[in-house]
Design a protein around this ligand. Structure first.
Ligand SMILES: Cc1ncc(COP(=O)(O)O)c(C=O)c1O
Length: 438
């Protein structure tokens, strides 16, 4: 290594990134405040994605910065195995309090991926403790994203991820996804068509036998694969089929948790309580990494009924890290003080209206909105899926907005502090980029 070049771009292997493409023309973010990033070349970038679906309260919030700094000075780290620190209990109580029903117990991890693996393990172990160790199968859904652990990749439904790493866990099956351009294009909120797709779970029960199925995991609204909103009645039906067959229902709320859909959780918005919920991202406003699995009372109690000793052989060095807990507590205070979940809900009609105005632009084949989320689907270029979406992303970046694309779908999910005029600005930049991208 040439030590005279400390800032060479070569050493950093970037995640989920076209490294060579990026390094040929880097896009570096060097500062962030409120609704804006600043770039290495001195430009302001309107944040249309809340970072990566995570900075829900906006960037650089003084209260969170102060809480992290104070915690770092007071106690940098505390081991979480057979020891603890007070803020972990406080944050767990606050998170449990925000979640519906008897989702009362919180296991901390450091990312969405870890939260998902935690949830899957809890589901498997729960059945084993009840004498149903034969329940080993995990059911995911096509076009689901559950992070990159071997568990999450396997139940996930993204072909390149699964092809590369998803084959090691064999007790896996998938529901069909709920997206249909024919039936549901240009829907605002929950589409009318598609409740019957939940019945595919009945088919999997018939195929494998309920006694072999441990859990079903779905994102209540799939974000990463392009904003797939659950059809009316779909989540309710999944819930009732899981109830009939004793299957643990897991909602992966890594994106939908903490206000994205205008409520503390999608479970609350859609009025369907899962048995386990995964959280991350917005739990700390992304200022310190953190994830969590929140479980219902009956699951937790099952673990607590065994002989004295460690109840769950699982945990991370940084579970409930003091800096993350401090950031989390300050974040939850901000959400409450600024009433951000209700704010997102009240912005939803304006947001939807602004997004759906783009429907006449060239190559736009669908627009889907709910909460403060929009998916704008473009027709792929012949023989080059994803190329048009990527060009739009770059064009938006160059003209002052951060957007996210998955393939040819543009996904927008701004911080919940966005103002109407910034919604207009964001959609104007996106619209212009679509219009000028062949
Ligand atoms: C629904 C969902 N689950 C899990 C994850 C993985 O989270 P992380 O990247 O923090 O591991 C993501 C990330 O976007 C996600 O959207």
């Amino acid at each position: 290594m040439d030590t005279n070049i400390p800032n060479d771009l070569g050493a950093y292997w970037m995640p989920f990134t076209a490294n060579r493409q990026f390094k040929a023309k880097p896009r570096l973010l060097v500062g962030a405040k409120g609704m804006f990033y600043s770039t290495h070349d001195g430009r302001r970038l309107l944040d249309g994605t809340a970072g990566l679906w995570c900075v829900n309260a906006g960037h650089g919030r003084a209260e969170i910065v102060a809480a992290i700094a104070a915690q770092a000075g007071e106690m940098d780290y505390a081991p979480p195995f057979q020891m603890a620190h007070p803020k972990a209990f406080e944050l767990a109580s606050r998170v449990a309090d925000l979640m519906p029903g008897d989702l009362d117990h919180v296991f901390f991890a450091n990312s969405g991926s870890e939260a998902v693996d935690t949830a899957l393990k809890i589901a498997l172990n729960y059945h084993a403790l009840r004498g149903q160790a034969g329940r080993r199968k995990l059911i995911g859904r096509a076009r689901g994203y559950h992070g990159v652990g071997f568990g999450g990749i396997s139940v996930g439904g993204i072909s390149p991820n699964r092809r590369a790493f998803g084959g090691l866990l064999t007790e896996i099956d998938h529901l069909p996804h709920t997206h249909s351009l024919e039936k549901n294009a240009f829907s605002k909120g929950q589409p009318d068509w598609g409740v019957h797709l939940a019945d595919a779970l009945e088919d999997l029960v018939a195929l494998h036998g309920a006694e072999t199925i441990a859990a079903v995991i779905v994102e209540p609204m799939a974000g990463s694969t392009g904003v797939l909103v659950p059809p009316k009645g779909y989540l309710e039906r999944l819930r009732s089929i899981c109830d009939i067959y004793g299957i643990v229902l897991i909602f992966d709320e890594v994106i939908t948790g903490f206000g994205r859909l205008g409520a503390a959780s999608a479970a609350e918005r859609f009025d369907v309580v899962p048995d386990i919920m995964t959280l991350a991202k917005g739990i700390t406003n992304a200022a310190v990494p953190m994830g969590a699995a929140v479980v219902r009372k009956h699951i937790f109690e099952t673990f607590m009924q065994g002989p004295d000793g460690i109840e769950l052989f699982h945990g991370y060095t940084y579970s409930g890290h003091p800096l993350a807990c401090a950031a989390g507590l300050a974040t939850l205070d901000l959400y409450r003080k600024d009433n951000l979940f209700a704010r997102a809900l009240s912005l939803e009609p304006y947001w939807a209206e602004a997004a759906h105005k783009l429907r006449e632009l060239p190559n736009v084949i669908d627009i889907r909105t709910i909460g403060l989320v929009a998916g704008i689907e473009l027709a792929p270029r012949a023989n080059a899926p994803g190329a048009r979406g990527y060009d739009v992303l770059v064009k938006c970046y160059e003209s002052g907005a951060l957007v996210r694309t998955t393939g040819d779908i543009i996904a927008l999910s701004p911080p919940l502090i966005i103002e109407n005029k910034q919604i207009d600005e964001l959609l104007a930049i996106v619209g212009a980029a679509i219009k000028t991208t062949p």
